[in-house]
Design a protein around this ligand. Sequence first.
Ligand code: ZN
Length: 310
Amino acid sequence: MRQHGIHHVTAIAGPASRNLDFYTQVLGLRLVKKTVNFDDPSTYHLYYGDAAGQPGTILTFFPWEHAAPGRLGVGETQETVFRVPQASIGFWTHRFVEKGVLHEAPEKRFGETVLSFKDPDGTRLAVVGIAGIDDAPFWNGSDIPAEAAIRGFHSVSLLVAEAAPTGAILTDVLGFKEVAREGSLVRFASGDTALGGIVDLREAGGFLKGRPGAGTVHHVAFRAASDAVQTEMVEKLARNHGIVATEPKNRDYFRAVYFREPGGLLFEIATDDPGFAVDEAADALGQALKLPAFLEKRRAEIEAVLPAIA
Ligand code: ZN
């Protein structure tokens, strides 16, 4: 069966310990993998998600102790949005006040209540209250009650000069359909999953270009059910859109290809398998520093450089 939708979102952060505290203690996500940036092993790569770390729940960070802040602009992710049970928006508003999290007043978007907030690096996030998701999986290892806990991603919104070119990639290659428009927003949905199943394009022609740095999203990854589906998507991208993706890279927990879409964002296509329980027990995810085989012989040197985190 084909599953489309968001696989994971990867962003750039400041100090690792502050990042870990915020996502596990304030938002109540599970640290599902503690590893390093495979291309720069002096930096952590931290993965947060639900209990099992299923695709559609995973927000990951490259934390740099001294990362310069980025700037929101065209060709960047504007907001990453989590699903929470519909009745819990009040809980989250109180929690953000209590924990000193910068947030805005709740607003309606496509008929749903959205509460926007920022992490300590200024990463733009939101929770949206959704009916009928109380039974969806979540991580019960935090102090957040079941009736309020995050249920994976709802959506990302991407800031683009014009929606049509990025929309063509979403619909022709990544398995989405345009479903609604509201103001400058064009909403695309993957028909087959509500978990991470939405991409909103916000048209903002004339805006400055974004600048990468702490508090900005590095890339958005979309799901491929298998290597064969990933290959098909890559071929379609080349044949119909003249875009050449990278060779598949083995990220241990999925296999990934990357490409720059016409709106300027870095997209990835990641396989659903093998997932995060491939190199440690499902009940011990995120506890030990995991390294890919090709870096294991450098473990002592890598551990000496990484900052201590819990
Ligand atoms: Zn990625």
